[in-house]
Structure formats: C-alpha cells, structure tokens
Design a protein around this ligand. Sequence first.
Ligand SMILES: *Cc1c(COP(=O)(O)O)cnc(C)c1O
Length: 357
Amino acid sequence: MATFAADPSVPRTPADKITAALVDPGFGRYFVDHMARAVWTPEAGWHDHALVATGPIPMHPGLAALQYGQEIFEGLKAFRHADGSVWLFRPEMNAARFARSAERMQMPPLPISDFLDSVTRLVELNLDWVPSAPDQSLYLRPFMFGSETLIGVRASNEYTYVCLGMPVMPFYPDPLKLWVSPHYARSMVGGTGDAKCGGNYGASMIAENEAHAQGCGQVLWLDSATRSWVEESGTMNFLVVTADGELVTPALNGQILAGITRDSLLTIAAAHGLRAVERPLGFAELCAGIESGVITEALACGTAAVVSPVIGIKTPDLELVVGDGTPGTKTRELRAHLTGIQFGTEPDLHGWLHRVG
Ligand SMILES: *Cc1c(COP(=O)(O)O)cnc(C)c1O
C-alpha cells in the first residue's frame, strides 16, 4: 500500500484563524491546509502519493477532463465526538463506490487502501479543522480526473486524484418540495446514473433551475424511458414511509446512485418499527398513495443533507402535499438516529465509525 506522506513545508493555519473560520464555515468557504494528491500513468501506475498544500494545480487547457468530462467524485464526512475524538463514517463504502465509478468511466481505480489512507491522513494532519459545534463536520471531497493533454477522443492516459477537506456548517434541511420535470432526465438505461461523475450533475442543472423557478428545492427524477418510475432526487436518494410501517425506496436499477445514507437508513429502519423495502416505485402509485394517505411521509437523503423531509411533489399539472405538509415523525426519528450514530451519542451497532484522531 502506498502512503500519502505529508510535505513538511505546507504552511499551517494559526489556531486563532481556524477558530475564526469555524464560527461560520459555510460549505466550501475554507479548506484545510493539506490536500491529498496522487497521479496515474500507464508506466508507473498510481504514484506520487502526497499530502501537499491546498492550492491550484497547474494544467494545460487541453486537459482531458475539461474536453471530454472524465471526472468522478465522492463525498464523506468526519465527525468530532463530545470527548474530542474524530471519526469517519463508512469510508470503505465511499472507497468501493469510487472504484466502481472509475470502472464505468474507464479510469484506473484507486486502490481501496490508497483511498482510505488519503482520507485518514488528511484528517489526522488537520484535526484542528474538525469543528466541535453541534452538527458541524469536516467534509471530504475525493475526486479524480483525466489529466492528460488530449484533444483526440479516447480515454485519458494520465489521471490525477485529489482529496480536499473543508469544515461545513450544520445543514438544517428546509422541508423540500420536489419538482417532476416534464422534459429532462438524469440517467438512462446503459448510462452513468449509478456512477458518481461530474457529468451527471452538469446535465441536471437545467432541471434544477426549472425546479427553483417552480418554487421547489430539488428535482424528483423519473426513469427516462417511460417516465413512470421514481428514481431519486438528484443529489439525494428518495424514500417514503407507508401507513402500514414500510420504509420504501426504489430498488437500485443501474440508473440510481447507490447512496451510503440510503443504505444506512434501510439498515436502521427496523429500530423504528419500519420494514425496509427496496422495489420499483411507480410515480402513479406515489401520487395515489400521497392522496389516499397510504404514504404518510417522504424523505430524501445524502451525506451533505443527511435527511431532508419532502413535504410536496409538483408537476406541471398537479401539486400534492405529503401528510400534513410538515416533516414526518419517522423522518425526524431516522435523522436523529443517524446523526446520533455519527456524533457518538447513539450506539454504533454496525461498526460504521472509524477513529481517526
Ligand atoms: C452522492 C449522491 C447521492 C447520495 O449518496 P450518499 O452516499 O448518501 O452521500 C445520491 N444521489 C446522487 C446522484 C449522488 O451523487
């Protein structure tokens, strides 16, 4: 296993500056002192593993990723517990998904052990940057891109891996209304919907902006072929709670991103008297269920937002209110339970936390 060794010349932010930054860190306003970096070439494989100063990367404008979009990313968090210790949440799941995304985009997978070493050492070296205020955390953004200068169309022959770290604010999720676009799709059969790649996001901005213009916070994506099956909510997976005690989410079908928060909620559902069910969820069934009261709650989940209550669904011809239009009881319970595990106030029965410092 290669180790990410720290460049000793990286300038360190003074403690008082970090304290000042953590008063209002936003989401990506401040970066920690180091970033992890490694490079892949056909001759040397992955090499040059290092923790260097966070800052610009020199690049030729003909960079493969800029021309043809070979780019993948991840998002995970480190949490500080009341005793001062710092923990990563399920980083091996991110490492495995990063490798699957790489395969789909014909990029060389970063070994799982390299991924874990990069995030662990990045946090270890920047422990002072891990906030202790309630609900704040250190967000890690590992990503990889084709870094050859390349105008002819083919897979890049050089790749650069980078991991950035940044303190992030508590994300108080406003209850969301979701917009069902009549025009656009996020993914398709045979496409890249289950890869975490930047291109999926580039293609979805138009529908996101349509949602905002409709007074909705996010998009609810349907399958592109028939527009009759619910898939996910763009940056988050989608779940519903039923009156007979099920937590239902669309089954992974190759077009839905396999969220780690989704998996975690399905795992803890039983502790809340809910049966976890993964199956195709029809859009007509969703609408009918909301109207009849068979579906009592809807929620969206992902690392950044954790759990967002979904209180409404809007299409060009109808607007539905979920439950009584306020965050549901089970939704609030699931969020409290998951964040409790992450911050060390609920028992970690599944070995999801990995101590870093
Ligand atoms: C990252 C992401 C999610 C959420 O995944 P988590 O592992 O829970 O953070 C859901 N949908 C899409 C499209 C994503 O990119």
